[in-house]
Write a protein that binds this ligand. Structure first.
Ligand code: SF4
Length: 507
């Protein structure tokens, strides 16, 4: 039997509710090119092993939270060690030519480090490759450099073509041990395959209206974005907006339904309705599929509010009939001034018309809000609060399922807004200066004020019965950050941290 070409593994920690897309996408593409590939989700084995006991602690271990936690729990430490050993044994037994480890985010680094360290002590002749967003840090390769001795290759960016070339032996292909060029023709890639996953293991991403638990798989229709919001780093990662044809999307959805019985899909896209022409073809095709087959396909994901004048009269009916479900709308602010500063490309009036149409056509959605933009005055903030009051009727009707209030505005190097440092804001020298910044144009808008606004928004939402998604976790993060901030502000024993800059000029 010929040797397996590649095993692609996803690593903890990732939330447990969806099968990870990257290994399935890469496997599908490589198989379409004649290679043998297997995808393994090590992340879900953490849930399977610990779900009745110690799951939060085991998950936290991989997220590198609660340092020292396992010192107090040697039994758990031993069980985690055994689990990691079992992963390594599984890889050695499969003996592929390439072991690819998908470092989805910084939360997957602990598992990655442990696996490559243990593999380095074993005898094998598989090449080890790393990929995924988590290998970079603010766009830099700082962490990657610490593991280079244990690996053979890495790929920064979209992996399909680079991996295909690596398996062909073309190791000079741009992106192998470097950054890939963005893929411009997504329709030419093979489609994702979830055959290696046990889809019953995943927590449900959401429930249907009749409370029936949905099994959801991810699908990619486009990469990049048609907009260029100042607070968003999407165009740094995907400078061009690229998309798949509606035909290949419908094929992937119908094939997954017909082979796995999966009806519910979640788009990984930054926005599903970026290319209006392809979007309309897709919703029309899916609506036809739903009419003909009774498949009741549903799909969700991130979505932009569009101006009504650009939409055809079929836009909302076909969106509904194609199965749109709980679309995540980037609303961000209720202030036209802040929306313009963010380059959102919409106004509050556009949002009002859009959500009214959703309500009329029974299309469900949730809101993403972003509090504390550097130009957000108290009056602007009140305009955002107005949205919660004015749109409460859509929560009551079931059109809006809730909102994320987020952990307030963070500013990091990969956002366009970062170039405004010194003009719109100044960064504190706190431990996490992405959150620690002060506006130079709105007096008093600093971390403390942003936290205050976040708490006010929470109170208003609670009072109006707006569900606030992930608010428990967000509050825990805010608390942890605020504790660090207070330590820093008081100039306590933290080292290498300068005191807060003088801001008296703002008052
Ligand atoms: S926030 Fe959304 S619409 Fe704006 S650039 Fe990012 S992905 Fe695009």
């Amino acid at each position: 039997m010929s040797r397996l070409d590649i095993v692609i593994c996803s690593l903890p920690f990732i939330e447990y509710y969806l099968p990870p897309a990257a290994p399935a996408v890469l496997k599908g593409h490589l198989e379409s090119r004649g290679f043998t590939a297997k995808s393994i989700d090590f992340n879900i084995t953490v849930k399977n092993k610990f779900e009745n006991n110690n799951l939060p602690e085991a998950s936290a271990f991989f997220q590198k939270r609660y340092e020292g936690l396992l010192a107090k729990n040697p039994k758990l430490q031993k069980e985690i060690d055994q689990l990691i050993d079992s992963w390594v044994d599984q890889l050695l037994k499969l003996n592929p030519k390439v072991i690819a480890l998908s470092v989805f985010s910084v939360d997957s680094r602990v598992a990655c480090e442990l696996i490559i360290e243990r593999l380095s002590k074993k005898k094998h002749n598989s090449k080890i490759l790393l990929g995924g967003m988590g290998i970079l840090e603010d766009g830099a390769e700082t962490w990657l450099e610490t593991v280079l001795d244990h690996i053979d290759y890495y790929i920064i960016g979209e992996g399909e073509l680079a991996l295909e070339n690596l398996l062909r032996g073309n190791t000079n292909f741009k992106g192998i041990n470097g950054r890939v060029d963005q893929i411009t023709d997504l329709s030419s890639l093979g489609t994702a395959t979830y055959d290696d996953y046990d889809l019953t293991s995943y927590e449900t991403f959401y429930k249907s209206k009749d409370n029936f638990k949905k099994k959801v798989v991810m699908i990619t229709g486009s990469r990049g974005c048609v907009r260029d919001c100042t607070f968003c780093d999407i165009n740094t990662h995907w400078p061009k907006f690229t998309w798949r044809s509606s035909k290949s999307l419908i094929q992937e959805i119908s094939r997954t339904y017909e082979t796995h019985g999966i009806r519910d899909f979640y788009f990984t896209d930054s926005l599903i309705n970026g290319n209006l022409k392809v979007y309309m073809q897709m919703v029309e095709g899916l609506a036809q599929y739903n009419y003909k087959t009774n498949a009741n396909i549903t799909w969700g994901g991130q979505y932009i509010v569009r101006k009504d004048k650009n939409l055809s009269k079929e836009y909302f009916p076909l969106t509904r009939d194609s199965g749109a479900y709980n679309l995540a709308l980037g609303v961000e602010s209720g202030s036209d001034k802040v929306l313009a500063d963010m380059r959102k490309g919409i106004t509050r009036e556009d949002l009002d018309i859009f959500i009214e149409n959703f309500d009329k056509h029974e299309i469900t959605c949730m809101y993403y809000m972003l509090l504390g933009y550097p130009t957000e005055t108290e009056e602007d903030f009140q305009r955002t609060i107005d949205v919660f009051y004015d749109h409460q009727k859509y929560v009551a009707s079931g059109t809006i399922s809730g909102t994320t209030l987020n952990t307030t505005m963070a500013i990091h190097k990969e956002q366009p807004l970062h170039t405004e440092e010194g003009k719109l804001f100044v960064k504190d020298k706190s431990l996490d200066s992405n959150w620690g910044w002060t506006s130079l144009v709105v007096p008093g808008l600093d971390w403390e004020e942003r936290v205050r606004r976040r708490l006010v928004a929470q109170d208003v939402c609670d009072m109006l019965k707006w569900p606030t998604i992930s608010s428990d976790r967000e509050m825990a993060q805010l608390n942890a950050r605020h504790t660090e901030y207070l330590k820093w502000k008081s100039g306590s024993k933290l080292q290498n941290i300068e005191m807060r800059p003088d801001q008296s000029h703002l008052s």
